[in-house]
Design a protein around this ligand. Structure first.
Ligand code: PMP
Length: 338
């Protein structure tokens, strides 16, 4: 019989999927342009890339004694890390309390509650040092006896999990032929861990961060943007400032329009940060095609599923409320309009 004992055993080893029509490159000609391969992380059992870091962070805390039997895991999270932590915690008998900014969709909060976690919601429109900011609220909760805060922003096991799993998977899946790696940047764990691993295998691999306009990584001051899970208003410890060769800034409008195209034209139902990263990968693919780099192999990481955003990115009324074009108005955007 073929089975696993735990969902935890199903984390990782996600497939690479070749992107097609949404790239707007000439089709059917193998010399036409670079290969763009999507690492589909929503196929992890908790539905996102964050399953990978949850396991590593909990196991390291158990080993160091920071997390004791029956303890409580307290973490500020936009949802995905929470799902990963809740899944592992349930298996191991820990309680979970998650602190979310108010821009995180109600769908995502309800998912965390469904796994048995408690959710505390904090305002986005306050600076990080404000007592009600989600960083400070989680600090207060995690100073309770028996509580442990994984702190995905500074925990070295966050980038380490990518250095040890996601990076080697991509290298093996592309048979070492990857030339460019593109990913969104939130805590910086994904880009730092995978980027370091790939550059150690081949220093010529280019590592490209995709970032919402307004976030610090692309030179912004942290001004609000709507894409969830990526961009920051501070520099997290997990972000290795030496790893990215380039940051591509993507607007909310382009991120959302491309997220919708991925669902309608590639049947890839993914979240807004995936649309953002894939849009940056498409832009890069066009630049490389123009430069005659038809040998390029671009891997873009798609962190989560679109199911958590049905009332937002996939809702015309929600998009229209912010003045973004709906799919009816902008079914095909080309990179020339960037
Ligand atoms: N996309 C989503 C939806 C996320 O939740 C996160 C994690 N905050 C990211 C992208 C970015 O990944 P990382 O934190 O590893 O930079």
């Amino acid at each position: 019989m073929e089975y696993v004992d735990s969902l935890i055993d199903l984390i990782g080893n996600t497939p690479l999927l070749r992107l097609g029509r949404t790239l707007d490159l000439p089709q059917g000609d193998p010399q036409a342009g670079p290969l763009v391969l999507a690492k589909v992380e929503y196929l992890n059992p908790g539905g996102s890339v964050k399953d990978r870091i949850a396991t590593r962070m909990i196991e390291a805390a158990e080993a160091s004694g920071a997390l004791q039997p029956g303890g409580t895991i307290v973490e500020p999270t936009s949802g995905n890390t929470g799902v990963g932590l809740a899944m592992v915690a349930q298996k191991k008998g820990y309680k979970c309390v998650f602190v979310c900014p108010d821009k995180v969709s109600e769908d995502k909060r309800n998912v965390l509650r469904a796994y048995g976690a408690e959710v505390v919601v904090c305002p986005t429109a306050v600076p990080p040092e404000h007592p009600d900011s989600y960083y400070n609220v989680s600090d207060r909760l995690s100073s309770q006896p028996g509580a442990w805060k994984p702190d995905q922003y500074s925990n070295p096991n966050n980038p380490r999990s990518h250095y040890e799993t996601t990076g080697p998977e991509i290298w093996k899946q592309t048979e070492g032929r990857i030339t460019h790696f593109v990913t969104g940047v939130g805590t910086g764990g994904t880009i730092s861990g995978i980027g370091r691993y790939l550059k150690e295998q081949n220093p010529d691999v280019q590592v490209i961060g995709a970032d919402p306009a307004g976030s610090v990584y692309s030179g912004g001051t942290g001004r609000p943007y709507l894409v969830e899970g990526v961009g920051e208003d501070f520099w997290p410890e997990c972000y290795d400032r030496d790893v990215a060769d380039r940051i591509i800034e993507v607007s909310d409008a382009d991120s959302f329009a491309f997220t919708r195209r991925l669902a309608r034209e590639e049947a890839l139902l993914v979240g807004g940060s995936s649309g953002m990263a894939a849009y940056a990968a498409k832009q890069l693919a066009h630049e490389l095609a123009e430069a005659g780099r038809t040998d390029a192999v671009i891997v873009v990481l798609l962190p989560d599923s679109g199911r958590g955003y049905l009332t937002k990115v996939f809702n015309d009324a929600w998009l229209a409320q912010y003045g973004f074009p709906t799919s009816a108005e902008a079914p095909h955007q080309t990179v020339g309009e960037v």
